[in-house]
Write a protein that binds this ligand. Sequence first.
Ligand code: ZN
Length: 104
Amino acid sequence: MSDELKPCPFCGGVPVAKMEDSDEKTAVISCRKCPAEMSRHVHWHEDGTSEMSELVAAWNTRAPDEAAMRAGYEMAAKEAREIGVFLRRFDLALKDARERGDAG
Ligand SMILES: [Zn+2]
């Protein structure tokens, strides 16, 4: 396939395209890193081509998708919180190590 997928519009992650159903009716492009996802019903033509390219084009034009944007934002907010917790723990561990060092 010549259709190349651009990186995820929300996190820059690598997207993956696949058929959702075993009967190959729905194509899904999803991000490997965040919950961003886009799906389209696929129509197969007699010459063997499909309208998957339409889905690829839609993904590549980065059409605003409120749900995906919210999901991306929530993930970023969660990561920010986790980093905050990590930094606090790191701070405490450092303080603890210093105190132990002073005592010993
Ligand atoms: Zn993503």
